[in-house]
Design a protein around this ligand. Structure first.
Ligand SMILES: Cc1cc2nc3c(=O)[nH]c(=O)nc-3n(C[C@H](O)[C@H](O)[C@H](O)COP(=O)(O)OP(=O)(O)OC[C@H]3O[C@@H](n4cnc5c(N)ncnc54)[C@H](O)[C@@H]3O)c2cc1C
Length: 269
């Protein structure tokens, strides 16, 4: 038994997540006024692969107001910086891995008031960052007769990946909630996809338009549902598809990507 396995069996001690690989920003490019593509590079990315669409990667960022990246250590329950503070760790979709260039692209929503959102706009080439992962993605059933994808802006990278991965002949409904018309972009081509953009009305809680879109959609009995976005909103989607529509649990994957009013400083998870 490895020391990691034996750690996992001690109550109160959590298994240490995969190590952080130090990398740096190679380039930053606006995709829309609401989305920034950040290309990460460095020898530590050698061998980094992502097998499934809509997977996750954790980014360790310099603490707000600093440009230096301090590596945290695992205390058996969470990552902590040497001074006892929690590090700035956020989760993103590993969008594109280029094994030849040894780069990884992530796309970060500019939502006006978060460490990662600000870092994506301010950080330029050479900025230090570290990544851990990938975490598991979506195990898609290639035999399924239809799919429904519902996300908010944070789920645009994952939704695009899913569209690229889904069988070409399978019908796909895609619903994307955007907080601003400028967030709209071209998703990857799929001959049997219908893509609907839903603008969140001013003042409405995040996810309201996404929930309404799912509630108003045609869902044939065997449809597979993938939904991601604000935690409370996707909880409503979960209840709707299971309780109101009676979809079997295995047919829907619903993931909370962020919590309204709460910073995603979830070091250790
Ligand atoms: C598996 C997974 C994949 C993800 N993939 C992506 C991705 O590819 N791109 C991406 O941008 N995000 C993605 N996210 C969501 C991202 O991790 C969160 O939005 C994160 O909170 C952003 O960090 P921040 O430092 O900008 O804001 P935080 O410091 O975490 O939050 C500060 C404040 O902003 C609010 N906030 C956070 N995110 C948003 C938002 N999008 N819109 C409006 N308000 C917000 C919070 O509620 C809080 O009040 C993913 C999350 C998961 C779990």
């Amino acid at each position: 038994m490895s020391s990691r396995d034996s750690q996992a069996e001690v109550p109160g001690i959590r298994r240490e997540p995969p190590r952080f690989r130090p990398v740096e920003v190679l380039g930053v490019e606006p995709v829309t006024p609401r989305l920034v593509r950040v290309t990460l590079a460095g020898p530590e990315l050698e061998g980094f692969t992502v097998e499934q669409p809509a997977a996750s990667v954790r980014l360790l960022l310099p603490s707000p107001g600093t440009e230096e990246l301090v590596m945290p250590s695992w205390n058996g329950n969470e990552f902590l910086l040497p001074d006892g503070r929690r590090p700035t760790i956020r989760t993103f979709t590993p969008l594109r891995v280029d094994p030849e260039a040894v780069t990884l692209d992530v796309e970060i929503v500019v939502h006006g008031g978060g460490a990662a959102s600000e870092w994506a706009q301010a950080g330029g080439p050479g900025s230090p960052v570290a990544i851990s992962g990938p975490g598991r993605g979506y195990a898609l059933d290639a035999e399924a007769p239809a799919f429904l994808l519902a996300g908010d802006e944070t789920a645009i990278p994952a939704s695009g990946q899913l569209l690229e991965a889904l069988p070409r002949e399978t019908p796909v409904q895609v619903h994307v909630e955007i907080a601003d018309p400028s967030a709209r972009l071209e998703l990857p081509e799929h001959a049997h996809a219908s893509v609907d953009w839903h603008e969140l009305p001013t003042g409405a809680p995040p996810g309201d338009a996404q929930v309404a879109a799912v509630q108003g959609s045609d869902l044939a009995a065997d449809t597979r549902v993938w939904a991601a976005g604000e935690a409370a909103a996707v909880q409503r989607i979960r209840r709707h598809v299971f309780e109101d529509r009676g979809l079997p649990r295995r047919q829907a994957t619903v993931r909370g990507y962020w919590k309204h009013g709460r910073a995603g400083d979830d070091s250790g998870r």
